[in-house]
Ligand binder design. Structure first.
Ligand SMILES: [Zn+2]
Length: 266
């Protein structure tokens, strides 16, 4: 019943080795040297489905015909072979799929960081008189505020904006820190560091604002104006920097094409 051995064509042998990641399909021990085995033991039948990679140990088990040998018969080897090829294929394709998902996910989080920076800006717009900032649509949402500046200092205005600092600055900082705690792995390290710095500084500014309101009688109008504006500027500027950094990082994730920017809300 022994048939003539027909050499396995090089291309077919390469396919067999590739589909098995050059690993024995039975024990799957990547350290072991492998041979190509004819599953039905017909050495002339060189077909992809009839060829399996086996290590020396498994190969000799396959050729053992004792009744109590490990039953590594053709049917069993075939099953091992098919499932191993599936596993190798999954292993080869999965990393790229999950890589793409990771990129997508990081981009979403970076956009969320940007939206959070804009939240403070939106609150500011809510607090200022309606006509304070000229109505215009800018691609860059910080532009209007940076051009027009901030409200002037007065005892009345100090009260007017107290909630913006006392409540909303803390909320924005909380939110960002929470994002890092929950999704940290998917946020680029450089952005995480910036988030920590920014949330710390806007909390400081909120604290400074409280102090400014409480001690406003101690300094003249000129100093009051300087301190007052600085609280606004030193809150807006770190948020704007974080927004820009997140934008840059988002662009790096998509080298072939610019992703849509976070919605401009002013
Ligand atoms: Zn083996």
């Amino acid at each position: 019943m022994a048939k003539d051995r027909v050499p396995i064509p090089d291309g077919l042998a390469a396919d067999v080795l590739f589909l098995a990641d050059r690993t024995c399909c039975v024990c799957r021990n990547p350290q072991r040297k492998i041979q190509i085995h004819h599953i039905d033991e017909d050495p002339s039948r060189n077909e992809l489905s009839n060829l399996a990679t086996l290590c020396g140990d498994c190969h000799s088990d396959a050729h053992t015909t004792h009744a109590f040998a490990r039953n590594l018969n053709a049917l069993v080897i075939e099953k091992y072979n098919v499932t191993w090829r599936d596993i190798v294929r999954a292993r080869l394709t999965m990393p790229s799929a999950s890589e793409a998902e990771k990129v997508e996910y990081s981009a979403e989080l970076l956009q969320e960081v940007q939206m959070n920076c804009l939240r403070w800006l939106n609150r500011l717009l809510h607090f200022v008189p309606e006509d304070f900032y000229p109505e215009q649509v800018n691609a860059y949402p910080w532009q209007t505020v940076l051009e027009r500046g901030f409200p002037d200092y007065s005892a009345e205005n100090a009260q007017r904006y107290a909630r913006l600092f006392n409540v909303h600055s803390g909320r924005v900082a909380d939110r960002m820190e929470q994002m890092v705690a929950t999704f940290g792995d998917a946020i680029p390290v450089i952005v995480k560091l910036k988030i920590f710095r920014v949330s710390k500084s806007i909390r400081n500014e909120a604290h400074g604002y409280g102090w400014l309101v409480a001690t406003s009688e101690r300094f003249g109008e000129e100093m009051g104006q300087i301190y007052f504006h600085r609280r606004f500027m030193d809150t807006v500027e770190p948020l704007r920097q974080l927004y820009d950094l997140a934008e840059q990082q988002r662009e790096l994730l998509f080298p072939e094409g610019r992703p849509p920017t976070a919605l401009a809300t002013i």
